[in-house]
Design a binder for this molecule. Sequence first.
Ligand code: FAD
Length: 390
Amino acid sequence: MTASPHVVVIGAGTLGMCTALDLVEQGARVTVLEAQSIASGSSGRSVGVVGSQFTDPFEIMLRVHSLRRFRQWEGEGLAFNHIGYLRLARTPAQMELFARSVEIQAEAGLRSRLVRANELRELVPHINPDGLEGGLFGPDNGFLDPHEMCNLLAQMVRAKGGEIRQYRKLLGVQRRPGGYALETDGDPIDRERRLIDCDVVVNAGGAWAPRVAALFGQRLHIWPERHEAVAIHLDEPLRYTMPMVMDLVNGEGSGLNFRHEKPGELIAEIHKVKSAAPEDPDNYNDQCEEQSKVDLAELLLERVPDLPGARLGRGWAGLYPVTADHRPFVGPIDASEPTLITAAGAGGYGIQLAPVIGQIAADWVLHGAPVSVPGSRSLAPSAERNVPGH
Ligand SMILES: Cc1cc2nc3c(=O)[nH]c(=O)nc-3n(C[C@H](O)[C@H](O)[C@H](O)COP(=O)(O)OP(=O)(O)OC[C@H]3O[C@@H](n4cnc5c(N)ncnc54)[C@H](O)[C@@H]3O)c2cc1C
């Protein structure tokens, strides 16, 4: 491959934009093809939380890489709201895992601390601590607007010579010696103008990534899982900033989470809800169902019963692109085709993991292996991982 290959990234969501930026910064020629507009897929429907309050050392390490990059982008104008992140524990065993997380995060330079049950109200005065053992709190975590993030990254990609073509959907693929000719929609008359030659393709197609892979004759198992979020309006602004509060530890807990959005408004979501069947990303109900609002209200009433005049507001739904083991796919599906790299399947963590996924995907493109993030070869969509999961 040439020193500065032409790489086409499919998808202008968080994963595609982060990958594109890493690639242009390292000298590649980059074209992003986006079927719709920037952040029009899952990224624009997310609640944008970025946190490192996890218990698995590898999951924490991935976020350490991402957080470094977010900090750098804050210097370039990214608005990151450092409201803090509180993960709730229901058992002493979970508190032990949290204690270890505090140590791991400290070794990586991240601030976090244990919060005992009787201290929870210092952070969240409205919380009902019944049934809780305590929590793990990271004061520097927070949220951002993924739409703004993708647009900022797009500006940075363009400033470094990259190109972003919106409303250009990949429709077909021809293999050519040393690369591909990609057929896109666009010019209805001149077929040549719809063809783009490139050396490498990164499939960052989110919930559509299996369809993109199929154009290359490859099979990718990503389950588009529908999730809903709802705004909660309060009669009066809280006298404190509600951090991100998450009731889920390694799959245990209700999955309820909520956070500050603006004075007098919170955003809430149930992380655990599962679609009964895979959704069609081109045709799913993108509104919140009434029953879901009722379920959410019940969980909120149990955990934060006295929020002043809380009312459910607008709701929406989007898709988590989920893999069988709930870890993203980053790398080639087929080792014999190293010029097709997948960067997809980040589930409910595709905002916070996007910077590190972009870094690993760029490594695969430019070095043929994930050289900058230890252990990340395990994220490749190998035959063991790339299997149906639901
Ligand atoms: C309600 C909700 C809340 C969430 N909250 C969080 C959160 O708090 N924190 C977090 O980290 N994550 C969260 N997520 C998950 C996160 O939104 C996703 O993991 C992430 O957005 C996936 O990004 P992506 O770039 O892989 O996919 P997308 O953003 O979907 O981007 C894929 C893009 O590819 C384009 N595309 C598809 N096919 C083609 C083609 N043939 N040609 C050209 N372009 C194509 C699509 O148009 C799309 O824009 C949430 C998700 C939902 C639904």
